[in-house]
Ligand binder design. Structure first.
Ligand code: AMP
Length: 561
């Protein structure tokens, strides 16, 4: 397929802000990629399925270099143009347009296959000369593209197509294309089926293919391939919790660590994924050891929390204390000794070839009680009581807080497991409820003493895959590195994610998730969510979380009432 075809779709999508029109445009186009369902990744501005975390390893600087090389002009000139236009895609379109006029007659039409082939090679490159090779593949594409195509190639590399297509719109387009629903309720039923299939597969190409063949129900969990975790809404108090999850219910400690899904496939290979589907097996060799020694099953997918504890006092520590282990790729053995973790198992969704997401929570819990041999400070089950008595729950709640944990999780005994959904099959009970996990979408450079650092951050919640800003936050970070998360660290992290720059303001790829405490929520026309946080303050960097884990507009609305 000619790449220009998909670029026309991008343009049409960019030219409308209406969700329904976007859905229509996409639904029509999906008919054209029947034989190549993985072209759908390009509509997401991606090259691989969502479960696949391969990174292109291309920084903004490298893209600047590639555009400069392709156009035969200096990096400085590209940077100046970037300042002027604020979008590297447009920069490529402009500067390459000028340089390509002479060679246009000799270029062949660029195909989608070639774009995918060149860009999919980028993560595989390793060792000496990698940077030059990467630049080479990009230059090759830019040379064979028209101006308009080069704009979208650059935007794809930066994973920011600017076409306003979130996962919700893509899901609806699959519904329209594959099922042509006759009315609204039909449409809703199909959307739920497609969403559930996506939550298991985490791969729109597979969902498109199966939806078109009417075999969505055949999508299965496969250990070794990460699956989205189930998410939980908040309950206001114990009574409210009982209302949502029924009586009697299970209550468990809400451990303050980070979530890991532990997969063991039939061939005995153990893989560990975070809730943002990132593989962290290398960082946590002890988890592999604990499950191999203490879980008697051939294959499984366990849902669990890795919780830090103090090596000397054996007291539980908070998430922040062990968060550095998620990124750390060297000195693993030392880290393991310095920041030990205990693995707390709280659910299972796959066991010896059986898919358990439709069996009840109580059955799943019984199963983990059978197959996990508990060993303190290595692997245990979540502490649990089953009761219908409010007082008993409150006592347990106080005990959890005394044990340095965040609160309780209340769980519906009869509920199934819904990957990727925030359903009331379990609820969280925490005393400090006024915070949200939000993603940083932009930032502003500081002045005076803080010049050279990004000091104010735009944060967003999500609505069906679309990011909506909810305020700016500039307090909570430290000036000195040793005191905690600092402006300097944040500036370095965001610098790598730069996609747009305008005066003192920048936009970044939405990847950094932070916990923001606030005093109040107000209605506000200033931000696209329609709400603004009052007195926001950054309290944590959530390395374990991604853009799919942030607060939803619905939660913001609920909290604002
Ligand atoms: P929150 O991070 O506030 O959205 O709360 C949900 C998170 O609590 C889950 O994603 C888990 O990482 C964590 N958690 C801790 N203990 C449990 C438990 N017993 N059951 C389920 N989730 C738990």
């Amino acid at each position: 397929m000619d790449y220009s075809k998909i670029c026309k779709v991008y343009e049409a999508l960019e030219n409308t802000s209406k969700g329904l029109e976007k859905t229509d445009i996409l639904a029509k186009f999906l008919g054209e990629i029947k034989d190549n369902p993985n072209f759908i990744y390009l509509l997401q501005g991606r090259l691989f399925a969502d479960y696949d975390n391969r990174e292109l390893g291309i920084s903004t600087q490298l893209v600047i270099k590639a555009i400069g090389k392709a156009a035969g002009i200096s990096d400085e000139e590209i940077i100046n143009k970037f300042r002027e236009l604020g979008d590297l895609g447009k920069v490529a379109e402009t500067v390459l347009g000028k340089s390509k006029k002479q060679t246009a007659l000799f270029t062949k039409k660029l195909s989608v296959e070639k774009v995918l082939e060149n860009l999919q090679k980028l993560p595989t490159l390793e060792g000496g000369g990698t940077v030059d090779k990467k630049v080479g593949f990009i230059v090759d594409l830019l040379h064979s593209s028209t101006d308009n195509e080069s704009k979208y190639i650059v935007r794809t590399i930066l994973n920011d197509l600017k076409i306003g297509v979130g996962s919700g719109i893509l899901r609806d387009a699959i519904v329209m294309h594959c099922f042509s629903p006759k009315n609204l309720s039909d449409k809703k039923v199909c959307a739920i089926a497609v969403q559930e299939a996506y939550n298991k597969a985490t791969d729109f190409a597979k969902v498109l293919e199966m939806a078109c063949n009417d075999t969505l129900e055949k999508i299965k969990l496969e250990p070794g391939k990460p699956v989205k975790v189930m998410l939980f809404p908040k309950a206001k108090n114990v009574e409210d919790a009982f209302k949502i999850i029924g009586k009697p219910a299970a209550f468990e400690y809400k451990y303050d660590g980070f979530r890991v899904m532990i997969n063991k496939s039939e061939d005995g290979v153990v893989k560990i994924f975070t809730r943002r589907l990132e593989e962290v097996t290398k960082q946590f060799p002890e988890i592999v050891e604990y499950v191999n020694d203490n879980v008697t099953a051939k294959s499984f997918i366990l849902d669990s929390e890795a919780v830090g504890f103090d090596a000397k006092t054996k007291k539980y520590t908070d998430f922040q204390a062990i968060s550095q282990r998620i990124r750390r790729k060297h000195g693993i053995f030392e880290m393991q000794k310095k920041l030990p973790i205990e693995l707390v198992i709280f659910d299972i969704i796959y066991h010896n070839g059986d898919n358990l997401i439709d069996s009840t929570f109580i059955k799943r819990r019984k199963l983990i009680e059978q197959i996990v041999r508990e060993e303190d400070y290595k692997i245990v089950l979540a502490k649990q009581i089953i009761t219908d008595n409010t007082e008993e729950v409150e006592k347990f709640y106080a005990q959890a807080l005394d044990d340095n944990q965040e609160g309780l999780m209340g769980k519906d005994l009869d509920a199934p497991y819904k990957p990727g959904s925030r359903v009331g099959y379990a609820v969280k009970l925490k005393p400090e409820d006024k915070d949200f996990d939000l993603v940083i979408t932009g930032a502003e450079w500081g002045t005076g003493k803080r010049a050279g650092w990004l000091t104010s951050f735009n944060v967003a919640c999500s609505n069906d895959g679309e990011l909506l800003e909810i305020g700016k936050v500039s307090t909570g970070l430290k000036e000195l590195k040793d005191e905690g998360l600092s402006f300097e660290e944040m500036t370095n992290m965001l610098g790598k994610l730069l996609i747009e720059t305008k005066g003192t303001k920048i936009k970044v790829k939405p990847q950094i998730v932070i916990t923001v405490k606030y005093q109040d929520i107000q209605k506000s026309p200033t931000y696209s969510s329609g709400y603004a946080l009052r007195f926001p303050r950054i309290t944590r960097l959530r390395e374990d979380r991604g853009v799919n884990d942030i607060a939803t507009l619905e939660e913001v609305e609920t909290e604002s009432n």
